[in-house]
Design a protein around this ligand. Structure first.
Ligand SMILES: [Zn+2]
Length: 452
């Protein structure tokens, strides 16, 4: 039997029986070792109920002074108030006080109005929802904690969006030390919309990085309430940007993003993020290696193409993007050997994919020529060549959670607020409200995958 005993200055006081625990008294079966999850949940819920009941009794004994006339208050009546907590739904017996002098009613609580759950439960729901779907988060929470009320996925969604809204109102804390250099990356991606008007919503994401403090990520859905320009400024402030900070910017080359950066005070011309080029080259390499070599002519052509793709990579990496055209032309010159290559049962022929990817890369390089730099030289000098997030900020921040399946559709506001929570989780700024901070889920030391 588990009994909760109240102790105080006067020694032991009242006690309450929580539950009876019956476990086998031998260890023949490993499954019998210690408490089961079901027992632990009942235990937590039982302890929670007793603690809340004791707190309510203490609260009723306290008798606040009247805020209007400073008169003495007496208990007028009690109301039962249901609150969802991480350790079960509790019914709090809340006293209402009446001032003996002026008759004013006072509750003696600082709770937010219509409060139906504890902030800790709300924040944990938001934290889990930032990492997995609302449905999975609700399920995970129910598996581990004796949460009985507020575990419906719609409730999780509502609480998460509320937390997201509150995050937008938080003040920026500037660090004590100024950052001498900050790297800003801005990128964009799309998620499916559930609205009637548009099929897709544009999401802008980015990160700011300093040499000492790692990284802060941020993001906002276009045309939602969160202003991406203000967000960039806030994030720059949060990592210690001053007037003397050297700013370096990377984008995927989209002119819209360049404009946003300029509006946010990043006036240096952004460079093309090596990550985006490396991705395209990676695809090109895959297609080249997948080419058929079933006759000597094709085999010879494939050898030329594989070598030229390699050279293309080297040229762009070394800032010789103008010479990239030579490689592209050489590949095009031997592509006719693969004419008529049949498509696979489930896929398009590698030669056709290669042709399309090559056209796209050619177009990309031509359009972005002014934003290309000598990446090799920067890398040798210990400077960044793009985002340090290995899979790119958009994948890392958005696609992993919000583009997982074809079925996921988003409202502009819902996606925007969830993204605020997701960023806070990765930045480690989603506090629990009890002075403790969650560990940032954002790895400050990612493995470098510079494909050079
Ligand atoms: Zn009064």
């Amino acid at each position: 039997m588990l009994r909760l005993v109240r102790t105080g200055a006067e020694g032991e006081g009242s006690c309450a029986d929580i539950m009876e625990i019956r476990r086998p008294d031998d260890l023949v079966d490993i499954a019998n070792l210690g408490l089961t999850l079901a027992e632990a949940k009942r235990l937590l819920a039982g302890v929670q109920r007793e603690i809340v009941a004791a707190q309510a009794r203490e609260h009723a004994d306290r008798r606040p002074t009247c805020p209007h006339c400073s008169g003495a208050c007496r208990v007028k009546d009690y109301r039962d108030h249901a609150v969802a907590t991480l350790f079960g739904q509790v019914t709090v017996r809340l006293p209402r006080f009446r001032c003996a002098a002026c008759g004013g009613i006072e509750a003696g609580l600082d709770w937010p109005s219509h409060c139906r759950s504890t902030p800790e439960l709300d924040r944990l729901q938001a934290h889990l929802s930032a990492l997995m779907t609302y449905r999975t988060a609700a399920d995970a929470l129910g598996q581990m904690f004796p949460v009985d009320a507020g575990k419906h996925h719609e409730t999780l969604r509502r609480h998460t969006l509320k937390v997201g809204e509150a995050l937008g109102e938080c003040a920026t804390i500037r660090p004590v030390t100024a950052a001498s250099a900050v790297v800003v990356t801005l990128d964009s991606t799309f998620i499916r919309s559930c609205g009637d008007g548009e099929r897709h919503l544009e999401v802008r994401v980015g990160n700011v990085e300093t040499q000492s403090d790692g990284r802060q990520v941020f993001g906002a859905v276009a045309k939602a309430d969160t202003d991406i320009r203000a967000l960039i400024r806030r994030n720059l402030d949060a990592v210690g940007r001053t007037r003397n900070t050297a700013l370096t910017a990377f984008t995927d080359g989209c002119p819209g993003l360049r404009g946003i950066l300029a509006d946010a005070g990043v006036t240096t011309r952004p460079m093309l993020d090596w990550f985006h080029i490396a991705m395209r080259l990676q695809h090109l390499k895959q297609f080249a290696n997948g080419l058929s070599d079933d006759d000597p002519e094709r085999a010879a052509a494939k050898t030329v193409i594989v070598a030229e793709v390699e050279r293309l990579h080297w040229r762009i990496w070394n800032g010789k993007a103008k010479d990239a055209q030579v490689s592209i032309d050489r590949i095009r010159a031997v592509m006719h050997h693969f004419r008529g290559e049949p498509d696979g049962r489930r896929s398009i022929a590698p030669s056709r994919k290669l042709w399309t990817a090559l056209q796209a890369l050619d177009h990309y390089l031509t359009g972005q020529s002014a934003s290309l730099v000598n990446y090799a030289e920067r890398h040798r000098a210990g400077l960044q060549v793009g985002t340090a997030i290995t899979e790119g900020t958009a994948n890392f921040l958005v696609n992993r959670r919000m583009n997982k399946s074809q079925q996921m559709r988003w409202s502009r506001r819902g996606a925007d607020l969830l993204l605020q929570v997701r960023c806070a989780v990765y930045n480690g700024t989603l506090g629990s409200g009890f002075g403790q901070r969650f560990q940032p889920a954002n790895d400050p030391y990612p493995p470098m995958t510079i494909a050079a």
